[in-house]
Design a binder for this molecule. Structure first.
Ligand SMILES: Nc1ncnc2c1ncn2[C@@H]1O[C@H](COP(=O)(O)OP(=O)(O)OP(=O)(O)O)[C@@H](O)[C@H]1O
Ligand SMILES: [Mg+2]
Length: 357
């Protein structure tokens, strides 16, 4: 069952596409995140679902209804923005009940609903306070309660935690996700923070220049990126440019400037094609120069720099062609410091081969 469907939706500003022929299918109860760099069209996409921006082309469906021409107030959506946007002159209780008053819900029902929502966001005592008397994180929980007071068909959130400090943001990520799962609210969430997207989402749509480059669950996005952009935007990554040599069974071989690398078969590319090997720093291991390698990819090099990050060391290993590999190792795996000759190894399964075409 689909709850939000974007069908070939575009938005042009002066001939420039802010959103470019985008398709998205959000399942009922699903938490989907639009993730991408500044200016890639996340907010524009969200505002088209909400009805604040009219698409130049394409159609928007919510709960099997074509809402492309419906104004926002007729779409039954809930929205939460980065700036809390609570009404400063209303109490917390009045803020949460605002949409219910507008919809002419009976007063005693509103009071009961407000109480229920305050319990849900774990702020039972604040109904009589004003927004200025709450912390940023508390105000954002109230904004969430207000957005879901009249149960929305879809909850839209645009960087709702962007103004909070890291610790509070992490706590709120968990809390928002728990509430969303408890109530099974279909949610479209916008962030440019990849960790936030990873922790909260059922699926992530990685956006680039008005388009979705990849839509997948978090492990799929992280472990099997399909483009350089996705690999690079989500997490850290090493790239080794090369040429596809041959397919052998379930594997493909790539000749790079530093070594011949094996990875999972990339059937889409033919031998001779320009490809890029991508491998994450934490998948790499360091072995002494003389150690044997059992069925691993191996690149020889020399530790250039080593920085200590508490739970990890970040080693930059210079390879024969003058480029470097970033390696993340845990302290007990450390085999030497700068100047040490090492071999960088990783398993074939942790290799991603990307088609440059
Ligand atoms: N009202 C507008 N008029 C003209 N151009 C606009 C307008 N709104 C957005 N744009 C342009 O459309 C593109 C996408 O903007 P959008 O706000 O959707 O990006 P975003 O992904 O939300 O970025 P951010 O992470 O910075 O919030 C940008 O290039 C932006 O400058
Ligand atoms: Mg935005």
């Amino acid at each position: 069952m689909s709850s939000v469907v974007l069908e070939n939706v575009s938005k042009y500003y002066d001939q420039v596409a802010a959103v470019d022929a985008l398709n998205l299918d959000v399942r009922a109860g699903e938490f989907i995140t639009l993730l991408g760099p500044s200016g890639c069209g996340k907010t524009t996409t969200l505002r088209m679902i909400a009805g604040f921006v009219e698409p130049s082309r394409g159609r928007v469906h919510i709960a099997n209804e074509d809402v492309t021409r419906l104004p926002p107030q007729q779409r039954t959506i809930g929205m939460v923005f980065q700036d809390y946007a609570l009404f400063p002159h209303l109490t917390i209780g009045e803020n949460i009940g605002f949409g219910l008053v507008e919809r002419k819900v009976a007063r005693d029902q509103i009071a009961a609903r407000v109480e229920e929502l305050l319990a849900l966001i774990r702020l039972p005592e604040v109904a009589g306070r004003f927004p200025s008397e709450l912390s940023g994180g508390q105000q954002q929980r109230v904004a969430l309660a207000r957005a879901i007071a009249f149960p929305p068909k879809v909850l839209l959130m645009d960087e709702p935690l962007g103004a909070l400090d890291l610790k509070l943001r992490e706590a709120m990520q968990l809390e928002l996700r728990l509430i969303q799962q408890k109530l099974k609210i279909t949610t479209v969430y916008v962030t440019h923070d990849q960790t936030e997207a990873m922790t909260m989402s059922d699926r992530i749509a990685v956006m680039n220049a008005g388009r979705i480059e990849q839509l997948d669950d978090p492990p799929g996005i992280y472990n099997a990126p399909r483009t350089r952009f996705v690999a690079n935007f989500v997490g850290k990554v090493n790239f080794l440019p090369g040429r596809l040599i041959e397919h052998c069974g379930e594997q493909s071989a790539v000749e790079t400037r530093v070594a011949r690398i094996l990875g999972p078969r990339l059937s889409a590319a033919n031998p001779g094609a320009a490809v890029t090997v991508a491998v994450r720093p934490e998948k790499l291991r360091l072995l002494p120069e003389a150690a044997a390698d059992a069925g691993m990819n191996v690149v020889a090099g020399q530790i250039e720099t080593q920085t200590f990050a508490g739970n990890l060391y970040h080693d930059l290993v210079r390879t024969a062609d003058g480029s470097s590999l970033l390696v993340e190792i845990r302290p007990f795996e450390r085999i030497g410091g700068p100047g040490e000759r090492v071999r960088v190894c990783w398993s074939v399964g942790d290799t991603v081969i990307l088609d440059d075409a």
